[in-house]
Design a binder for this molecule. Structure first.
Ligand code: EPU
Length: 338
């Protein structure tokens, strides 16, 4: 294992922030991971996956461990379902494409989400009406100090909207090494109810969509409104959509009858943060190299050489303006590395 010093992380985070790691190492096996975790010469360690859900606001004064564990495996077949396992370093979208090529359904609505499979459970990634938890069986993780392997069931993971055990109680305690899913081989449950998918399928005159058709529709929608991190640095949705209690939601709707919203439960409503931010005039705005995407206001972008601190400053400006205008406090979805 080669440990490099003062290593630029620009190509290792989708925001393209040119922060440095004091030390950097790439690991390709669980044995290497355990050895490096046990190495006391580097007491401060930082685990890096796909780097797609983080904003690095300064240099990282630690040993950055880049998890590059590869492998996809069909574990078993049972009736009309299969169990498949992907190692943490597998690119999420490549893994989704592999499942579709094999005719396995379940992940198609989550096509093209940036990042790696091993970090997907931390966020409980989701898109177009489906979340990772819907197909999740378990994940394997190594405890960072005891080095014990633990299998986390769906219940153990405490999944919520862009939330899990790994973002809360379990933060910085485990390294996920693989994730196992249950997918369908026949009679797939198709989720096309999300408005834009049906419209996209209709454009191509598809009335009986396959899982591949849904994936293609999702890819087309995402490409039309989300910037490609290879071209413009970004981390997908920068903020979570706020969930507000019924009483304050009703007051909000009275003042803003045109606002889009989704009912989450009897007492709670989700309001798209992208709409709130657009109303505050930020959509397409640029402050130096930090900006708000012109097609989706929920996405902050780095036009080239913005620092993490500049993006964070813009995020704070947005949070304050939305709070002032609507009395709603939006919160970042991405991990802020401070
Ligand atoms: N909207 C605006 N202006 C904007 C953006 C959105 O008015 O600039 C309105 C839209 O017109 C629509 C509503 O807000 O009525 C919702 O917009 P959209 O369908 O684009 O989805 P979103 O709620 O903004 C969420 C996820 C995305 C996911 C999409 C589709 C979060 C934080 N974001 O965005 O996830 O792709 O739904 O399911 O939940 C991500 O997490 O990185 C991500 C991209």
């Amino acid at each position: 294992m080669l440990i490099q010093e003062n290593f630029s992380l620009k190509d290792y985070n989708t925001f393209g922030i040119a922060a440095k790691a004091k030390f950097f190492v790439e690991i390709k096996s669980v044995a290497e991971l355990k050895a490096i975790l046990a190495n006391q010469d580097y007491p401060n360690k930082f685990i890096l996956g796909g780097g797609s859900n983080m904003l690095i606001t300064k240099d990282i004064d630690a040993l950055v461990i880049y998890i590059n564990l590869k492998g996809i495996q069909l574990v078993s077949k049972e009736g009309e379902t299969v169990t498949v396992k992907a190692m943490a370093g597998e690119n999420w979208h490549k893994f989704v494409l592999w499942t579709l090529e094999n005719g396995y359904g379940g992940l198609e609505n989550m096509s093209l989400i940036p990042g790696n499979t091993g970090t997907a459970p931390i966020q409980n990634i989701g898109a177009y009406g489906v979340e990772l938890k819907d197909c999740f069986v378990n994940c394997e993780a190594i405890h960072r100090s005891s080095l014990e392997t633990k299998i986390f069931s769906k219940t153990d993971c405490q999944f919520g909207y862009r939330e899990s055990f790994f973002k809360n109680e379990g933060k910085n305690q485990y390294v996920i090494t693989s994730v196992t899913f249950k997918l369908s081989t026949k009679n797939h449950t198709l989720n096309t109810s999300y408005g834009a998918i049906e419209a996209e399928l209709a454009k191509s005159n598809i009335t009986a969509p396959t899982i591949k058709d849904i994936s293609n529709a999702v890819i087309a929608i995402r490409n039309s409104k989300l910037p490609d991190p290879k071209e413009i640095g970004n981390s997908g949705s920068f903020f979570k959509n706020p969930v507000v209690p019924k009483a304050s939601f009703e007051m909000f709707l009275e003042k803003n009858p045109e606002a889009p919203y989704y009912k989450v439960s009897e007492g709670a409503y989700k309001i798209p943060a992208g709409w709130l931010i657009e109303q505050c005039g930020f959509k397409g705005k640029r402050f130096g190299d930090a900006g708000v995407h012109d097609k989706q206001a929920l996405v902050l972008v780095n036009y080239g050489s913005a620092t993490g601190a500049e993006i964070l400053e813009l995020a704070k400006k947005i949070i304050n303006k939305v709070d002032h205008t609507f009395g709603i406090k939006i919160k970042p979805e991405v991990n802020l590395i401070k």
